[in-house]
Design a protein around this ligand. Sequence first.
Ligand code: AMP
Length: 228
Amino acid sequence: MTDAGRGPSAPDRRRILLLVGAAGAGKGTQAEILSTELGLPHLASGNLFRAAVRDATPLGKLAQTYMERGDLVPDDVTIGMFMEQLALPGAERGAILDGFPRTVAQARALDETLARQGERISRVIYIEVPTEELVERLAVRYVCPTCGTPYHQLTDPPRVPGICDKDGTPLEQREDDRPEVVRARLSKQVPPMLEVIDHYDRAGIVSRVDGRQPIEAVTRAILEELGA
Ligand code: AMP
């Protein structure tokens, strides 16, 4: 079947990008930069769900119970939310999807839904960082419990070790940044993420980018992969 009459044809097909990476890989940072550089909206599942909960929309009310339990929101709800976002005027040229698809089932459902309107994922950017480096990165992150300012022991330390520059409060490590908690979180998150990568590898549309580089170098590598 051709694309005729089934949505945008090849030359003006939208650019639908997936940004994939584990917690601490720098995905959020890159998503914001790429959104500006490419002029595409950044659609992050967690942010969209949190906004829906805050605004008490029907979607928010549905999502809330799952989120409070730390469970995934059902696939049909999640896919519906993204398709709604992709239908908004801001996404006419495409979008950067972040946090979705999180499982192969979601990836297949997304592919099928896009295919029904003559579209597909343009490229999957996988920001790769070894697990032990992710654990280290998060383990050196400290925050001020009073004003919330984050510090990084190596790249962005406070002037006086262990003390907030702004208000002199002793810095703390977030409970969920402790190495054993981070390892447990990653061991749940990484396997389904790798399955999603495998799924798109079969279609030959995954670009792997070394996330151990400085932020600007990661951005440059991604833009090169995208031919931008
Ligand atoms: P996050 O900020 O990405 O950790 O997402 C926060 C919460 O939103 C998760 O705990 C899930 O309840 C929900 N969520 C985010 N992404 C998805 C997804 N792809 N599928 C289902 N639920 C999701």
